[in-house]
Write a protein that binds this ligand. Sequence first.
Ligand code: 5GP
Length: 176
Amino acid sequence: MSNLEITTLLSEEKIQNRVAELGKELTKKLEGEEVVAVCVLKGALMFYSDLIRHLNIDLKSEFIGVSSYADRAKSSGEVKLTLDLNSSVKDKHILLVEDIVDTGLTLNYLKKLLQARQPKAITTASLLLKPDALQEKCDIDYVGFEIPNDFVVGYGLDYAGAYRNLPFIGQVISLN
Ligand code: 5GP
């Protein structure tokens, strides 16, 4: 396991309260729709599994995989599809669930890719947003928290594959 010095940025309680709020808002928005909730692997795994338990609606679950960071703490600027959806989203309402929007490249790439499959609509939700890191315009319908432009780990987010299992979000103070 890597040896990072980490300080708590968002506690487990704060995250869980916000996820419950987002779940309520999204339930209102998506009621009556044919929803496919898409988890963006791997980082959104925790947020996704908590969020969909707060969605009081019928939905189908799908997973999509992208990678842009490899084993580094900085975006490579290149998005690669590593896993595709298992079923058609044509005429369905997609709820696209991301862990964090940093440069905005990944979310914009995914929205374009999914839009081409003719869904009825795409609603986007990201637990975190780093407004100061955006490199292109990126519209997100639901954001959990806006955070400073620092590298964070935990609650699904990794550094070189580690730290995803932390129940809170930590800010990395130093890379030892
Ligand atoms: P973007 O394409 O917006 O630059 O980055 C999106 C992806 O980069 C996220 O889904 C996430 O996997 C990764 N990422 C961006 N910022 C961070 C961060 O601070 N920590 C971690 N662990 N991953 C990040």
